[in-house]
Design a protein around this ligand. Structure first.
Ligand SMILES: N[C@@H](CCC(=O)N[C@@H](CS)C(=O)NCC(=O)O)C(=O)O
Length: 215
């Protein structure tokens, strides 16, 4: 059985949980508390597994993989069905690009360590920190919504009628947006895709509130 080092609210770990569930793969969860005691991810015991001090880390036997998208691509190669990438190089590139719009261009700027640096090193207020967070989601979602609205066929998911890597990234980012009370009325396609994903057991079981370490 594989092991996922996770934190219930980590959207990067949430992506991997969705992918594991969609593929029907059992795994053990080892919670890493990102806040308690200054953050367990920064302690030597966890850094020995992942020197970056970030979750998730995925162990599959002797294999240790970090970076949520690399973990999902590994799962895709080792367990190809159900596929989380479409057939054909162009479609695969399009799905990866939409996933990266979130995972590379929205999420890292709003990560916990960035927010901590803003607050504790640069002295921004709680209100300014929250404004930063919401700003980068609005910026990213505005572009993503335009891309989704321009698609020639409007499927149930980000790309077509089956869930892909891009949905694994979208749903956790919408969770974060809701947590920070982002007004989603300008993002009807994103909201509709999220709502459809929430009807699926694989997404519901991956949700933060369904995790063993949920608070
Ligand atoms: N690009 C990485 C991002 C990992 C990441 O930033 N994880 C966050 C939680 S979503 C984390 O561990 N943050 C801890 C911190 O900022 O100290 C991935 O996709 O796995």
């Amino acid at each position: 059985m594989s092991t996922l080092y996770s934190y219930f609210r980590s959207s990067a770990a949430y992506r991997v949980r969705i992918a594991l569930n969609l593929k029907g793969l059992d795994y053990d969860t080892v919670p890493v508390h990102l806040v308690r005691d200054g953050g367990e991810q920064l302690k030597p015991a966890y850094r020995a597994l992942n020197v970056n001090g970030l979750v998730p880390t995925f162990l599959d036997g002797e294999v240790n993989i970090h970076q949520s998208l690399a973990i999902i691509e590994y799962l895709e190669e080792v367990h190809p069905t159900p596929a989380l990438l479409p057939a054909g190089p162009l479609a695969r590139a399009q799905v990866r690009a939409l996933a990266l719009d979130i995972a590379a261009d929205i999420h890292p700027i709003d990560n916990l360590r960035v927010l901590r640096y803003l607050k504790h090193e640069l002295g921004v207020s709680e209100a300014q920190k929250n404004a930063w967070y919401v700003h980068w989601i609005l910026e990213g979602f505005t572009a993503l919504e335009a891309r989704l609205a321009a698609q020639s066929s409007q499927g149930k998911f980000v790309f077509g009628d089956t869930p892909t890597l891009a949905d694994c990234c979208l749903v956790p980012q919408v969770y974060n947006a809701n947590r920070f009370k982002v007004d989603m009325t300008s993002f009807p396609r994103i909201a509709a895709i999220d709502a459809h994903c929430q009807t699926l057991d694989a997404f519901r079981r991956a949700a933060p509130e369904a995790q063993p370490d949920a608070e």
